[in-house]
Every structure is written in structure tokens, then in C-alpha cells.
Design a protein around this ligand. Structure first.
Ligand code: ZN
Length: 322
């Protein structure tokens, strides 16, 4: 309370105190608002953990990853909740340390969806022709998928397939490997992809490639709406095969057997059109052409010799001049 000393003093002092109080309250309010805004601002979608990479590299990765995220979110009809920690490693040792040695050597990265963390190999030592923003988008897709399905079971071929399709990922030589496997009747089939973590590098590459082609075929035929319906049903606790039938409208066993049979035919034929095979076809055609030319030349030579022999015979005939 203010003491009344003088009417003017009272108003002026009280006014000053009230004004100070209002200003202080306003300042505290401003600080509170700015701290909330600041917290939002300093908590971006991706937080990068790296050593040795320059800031420009990270800024570029951030821009490209955010663009890819928009595409992934729109197809999955969801939004990334919270922030994802992106750890970049620069050597096999570094990667093994950050993942506690629990990841096969052929992997380009790993996602820990519950911790909203992904660990990536930079392309310098991964060397599968996959850019770092694509690897990052692949692992972030794992996080998004698990935000929808939780810990419920989704076959690994479909999860890895979705990550590859949505990240725009294609590994070097995967098309050729698929064609050769199809032509040699070595396609492994989708259920086996569940055990990919125990596979060798070539088998893992084939498993990932089959997963990508099968998922692309599923999306092309039934659309993203059916895929999203399937994921949300799994998230609600429906078992995969039942959710597949309800969302896609086709029996899962039937579909995956049919896909494998179609893939054997389709990719065997396409393998013939692959550049590498085209070179062999050209070499084969050239060899056949060389054989034809040799055959014709020998035929001509034989004919010439026969004609020459006939001419000689003409000269040996008795001459009967008129
Ligand atoms: Zn993956």
C-alpha cells in the first residue's frame, strides 16, 4: 500500500509503481513467450551429430532431407512427430562404435525409432552409390512408419521396400542383380527377407532389391491409400495378414506367390535388355556374322577353284581344227 503524503506525490508514486509493475509483468510475459518460441526454434526436425563434416555439407543435407520428408509425409499421410537425431559417421569403426557393433557390415545406416535416432554411413565409405540424403530419408522413413505402427509386426520386405521407394533409393547394380537372379531362378521370395540381418552382402542386396520392386508393384497396383490403411490397421493391433486382406482386398499369401512368379518372368526378360547383356548379345551377333562371312568366302574360293579346274580340263581336251 502507498502512504498518503501529498496528493500529487501519491498519484505519481503509485502510478510509477503500477507502471513499473505492469512493465515488469509485460517483460516476464515477453520472456516467457520468447522462451517458448525459442524452444520451438532451437528444436528443429533434424538435429545433426557429426565430426569432421563442414557446416555447408550439413546445411545442404538438411535442405534435401526436409524436401524428401515432405514427399514421404504426404504419401504416408502423416507428420513427423518431434525431432530426429541424425548421427553421421565417417568410418566403419566410428559406425560400429555408435551402433555398438550390432549392425551388419553391408548396412548403410540404422534407425532406432523409439529413440528417434538414425546413424548413417557417409557415402565416402558406404560406397553403394546412395547419396547421404537418400540414406537419411530411408532411415527417417523407418521412424515415421513406427510412429504409425508402433512395435507391431510389419514384414521386413514391406518396411524396407517402403523406405527405399519413399527415399528414392536405388543401389548400384541392383537391377542387373535382380535380372540375373530371376533368370537363374534364384529370387528368394518375400518372407525370407525377414531374416536379412543374418545375410551375406550379396544376399542382403538381393533381399533389399526384391523388397523395393515388390513394394513398388504393390503401390502401383493398389495406391498409397491402401498402403496407409494397411499401416494404420497394423497400428491398431490387427495382425498383418488380416490387415493386408482388409486394406488391399487380396489374400496376402496369394499375392506374394503371384508377385514372385510374375517377377521371375518379367525380370528374366528385362535382364536381356540390360546394357551388360546387350554387349554380350552384340558380341554374339558379331561372332555369328564373322562365321557367315568366313563360310561365304570359303564357298566362293571353292567355286573359283572348281572353275579354274574346269578351264584347265578344257585345255587338255584334243584339238580338232577344222
Ligand atoms: Zn532400412
Amino acid at each position: 500500500m502507498c502512504k498518503l503524503i501529498n496528493k500529487d506525490d501519491y498519484f505519481s508514486k503509485c502510478e510509477k509503481r503500477q507502471l513499473r509493475l505492469i512493465l515488469q509483468t509485460f517483460l516476464v510475459f515477453l520472456l516467457f513467450i520468447s522462451s517458448i518460441a525459442g524452444a520451438v526454434r532451437i528444436k528443429p526436425q533434424f538435429q545433426y551429430d557429426y565430426i569432421g563434416a563442414d557446416q555447408e555439407y550439413i546445411d545442404k543435407l538438411d535442405i534435401e532431407l526436409k524436401q524428401k520428408l515432405k514427399y514421404i509425409e504426404s504419401n504416408l499421410e502423416t507428420e513427423l512427430k518431434g525431432s530426429v537425431k541424425v548421427i553421421l559417421t565417417l568410418s566403419e569403426d566410428d559406425f560400429a562404435r555408435k551402433t555398438r557393433g550390432g549392425v551388419p557390415g553391408w548396412a548403410g545406416g540404422i534407425a532406432y525409432p523409439q529413440q528417434q535416432t538414425v546413424v548413417l554411413k557417409t557415402p565416402l565409405f558406404f560406397g553403394q552409390g546412395v547419396p547421404v540424403e537418400v540414406l537419411a530419408a530411408h532411415e527417417v522413413t523407418h521412424v515415421l512408419i513406427h510412429q504409425i505402427i508402433g512395435d507391431n509386426y510389419l514384414p521386413r520386405w514391406l518396411e524396407e521396400g517402403l523406405c527405399q521407394v519413399l527415399a528414392g533409393e536405388s543401389r548400384t547394380g541392383s537391377f542387373g542383380a535382380m535380372g540375373r537372379a530371376a533368370a537363374a531362378n534364384r529370387l528368394m521370395g518375400l518372407p525370407r527377407v525377414d531374416h536379412v540381418l543374418g545375410f551375406s552382402r550379396p544376399d542382403a542386396n538381393l533381399a533389399y532389391t526384391e523388397s523395393r520392386y515388390a513394394t513398388a508393384a504393390l503401390v502401383d497396383r493398389f495406391g498409397w491409400r491402401a498402403i496407409n490403411d494397411l499401416l494404420s490397421r497394423i497400428g491398431d493391433g490387427t495382425e498383418f495378414e488380416e490387415a493386408f486382406f482388409l486394406a488391399i482386398g487380396v489374400d496376402y499369401e496369394f499375392w506374394q506367390v503371384e508377385w514372385l512368379e510374375d517377377a521371375r518372368t518379367k525380370y528374366s526378360v528385362m535382364a536381356l535388355l540390360e546394357m551388360q547383356n546387350l554387349i554380350w548379345i552384340i558380341i554374339l551377333l558379331l561372332a555369328i556374322l564373322a562365321m557367315i562371312v568366313t563360310f561365304v568366302r570359303r564357298k566362293l574360293q571353292l567355286r573359283r577353284w572348281t572353275e579354274e579346274e574346269e578351264d584347265e580340263d578344257d585345255y587338255n581336251e584334243p584339238i580338232f581344227p577344222e
